[in-house]
Design a protein around this ligand. Sequence first.
Ligand code: 5AD
Ligand code: FES
Length: 359
Amino acid sequence: MIKLIDKLEATQSLSKEEWVELIDNRDKDSSEYLFEKARKIRHEIYENDVYIRGLIEFSNYCENDCFYCGIRRNNPYAQRYRLGKDEIMSCCKEGYELGFRTFVLQSGEDSYYTDDIMTEIISSIKEKYPDCAVTLSIGEKSKETYQKYFDAGADRYLLRHETACDVHYKKLHPPSLSLSNRKQCLFDLKEIGFQVGSGFMVGSPFQTSETLADDMLFLKELNPHMVGVGPFIPHHDTPFKGYPQGSVELTLFMIGLIRLMLPNALIPATTALGTLDTLGREKGIQAGANVVMPNLSPKDVRKKYLLYDNKICTGDEAAECRYCMQNRMKSIGYDVVVSRGDCKNINLRESLPDLKERK
Ligand code: 5AD
Ligand code: FES
């Protein structure tokens, strides 16, 4: 396995068969070897810095019906809420004072927020906080709509592909959703000029090492700025309630692989990782991640934005999460920085001319 990890480091890609072999045969030693390399590359580009994003979950209404997700349309028990522009602006204000320079606006697919409403929210934030980045995570839209968001000032867009295997995609989603449309959205976003984030859950029902290999090949092709991976966690009011949760260990391994394949990527240590393991986010950083996304949503709505069971930080104030995160990162030797935290474009091959020679 060491050989394949070396090859991945040197060439930043593997074949499908090699991905499967590496994932299937991983063990403690190869994981440690991988994480060491992932940390080294991450340090060469991002040093000890950890970027923070203030996550504002502004609506849990969703017109989609993804089988894994707690805010799917067909969950009658979800208590729905929407935040208006003023409430979103006051989250940003609190966040700005806490040192956040990126706001991530996330919601279900909620057509209440028309293009006009969304662009008004985006431009108000950019006007008030011109030194901040606005990231959207609000699902599949037309290219025209994405263009309007971009023109209003949005900088980044998160849209996980969830799985790059067509058959698997159909097992996770209702027939109205398709992998081809999801991919189209991602390429549209890139073309428009967004910094784009994609990613997938680890351990989603019916996932195999072959589908994970497909995920890696697709990420290579998309070459996104950001990649979010977190373990699948069942939600008790969804069709996947009886399925086992994803493994923290495999999630960390995938983070390490992604760091080697896309050295410059912004990779969050996700809340889902922190939900399954008290030290999950710390371990994510130590496996090669460089971003954390503490919650900035108002305290009274947090418990309602439940994509999965037992989500952490739903009872904490924004400031608590902010400083908790800083302490957690400090405890493993990393610094939370006050910055937009854009993707750095450093060519490691140039700074490491000996890489190609390695086997
Ligand atoms: N467990 C873990 N992650 C989930 N997501 C949605 N539902 C779950 C779940 N049950 C992830 C999806 C989505 C992101 C916002 O949250 O990957 O893209
Ligand atoms: Fe939210 Fe620790 S990050 S309480």
